[in-house]
Design a protein around this ligand. Structure first.
Ligand code: BT5
Length: 233
């Protein structure tokens, strides 16, 4: 896939820019903001994209299975991290974990209005931050994992190559996800259609769905579009 990159010195949010300018954006195009002042996470949460962060959004106008998008994007981030000599894990459905802490987050948004049905895949990567505010005790960066200051444009290029690979090799990408499952065996609470459900994460199936063992022993299969992780119980 061709990935043209539109780079900006500063934007409030690359996802917002992509959604507001969809008709002029091509399939595969990337919006990259060197500084992002009002980055957002899922469920209206805030994303901290201060100096040292890499924040971008990828526009996809043809992707049949949106539930796989955050998962495949996470795998592409993990493969990119391996290229820098790190040993990543993935926290279903969408966090890159380095040294047991969050090094990147993903926000996939669907835009369904005519004339532009598309998905915007927003990615925030902590590359060169040397410290995080006390409000983010579970955040880490590539710098803090001993990788020095990584050039954001090289990281972005590597990520885009790995993203294309994950799209082409979806079953091996999902197999990678299953074998790099940060939550495996953990007691967790999920937000499931607005309700908190608890259980033990006993794996991820071949379609990328989370397997949650409930207290009564039954297994519930949950797709990424249905739930988000609230916390470890
Ligand atoms: C995410 O949400 O992890 C998705 C983050 C997506 C950010 C990208 S940047 C480019 C594009 N444009 C946008 O406006 N957004 C996307 P979620 O799983 O809801 O996690 C959000 C939570 O992560 C926050 O409530 C904080 O606790 C924590 N957090 C915020 N900033 C962080 C950071 N830089 N590193 C680690 N954790 C962070």
């Amino acid at each position: 896939m061709v990935h043209d990159i539109r780079a900006f010195a500063s934007l409030p949010s690359t996802n917002l820019y992509a959604k507001q300018n969809l008709p002029q954006l091509k399939d595969g195009e990337v919006i990259w903001a060197k500084e992002q002042t009002q980055g957002r996470g899922r469920l209206g949460r805030k994303w901290d994209g201060e100096e040292g962060a890499l924040c971008f959004s990828l526009v996809l106008k043809r992707f049949p299975n949106p539930e796989l998008l955050p998962l495949l994007t996470g795998v592409a981030l993990a493969w990119t991290s391996e290229g820098y000599g790190l040993s990543p894990l993935l926290k279903w459905p969408n966090d890159l974990i380095l040294g047991s802490k969050k090094a990147a987050g993903i926000l996939v948004e669907g835009v369904y209005e005519a004339p532009c049905r598309a998905y915007v895949v927003g990615v925030g990567v902590n590359l060169s931050q040397k410290a995080f505010p006390t409000t983010l005790p579970n955040a880490t960066s590539f710098y803090l994992q001993g990788k020095g200051s990584i050039d954001p444009s090289s990281f972005l290029e590597s990520f885009l190559a790995q993203f294309d690979r994950a799209m082409e090799e979806q079953s091996s990408a999902l197999a990678y996800l299953r074998s790099h499952d940060f939550l495996l065996g953990q007691e967790i609470t999920l937000d499931y259609y607005g309700e908190g459900i608890h259980g033990k994460e006993v794996g991820i199936d071949g379609q990328g769905k989370l397997l949650l063992q409930k207290d009564d022993g039954s297994i519930q299969t949950i797709s990424s579009g249905e739930a988000s992780l609230l916390r470890k119980r």
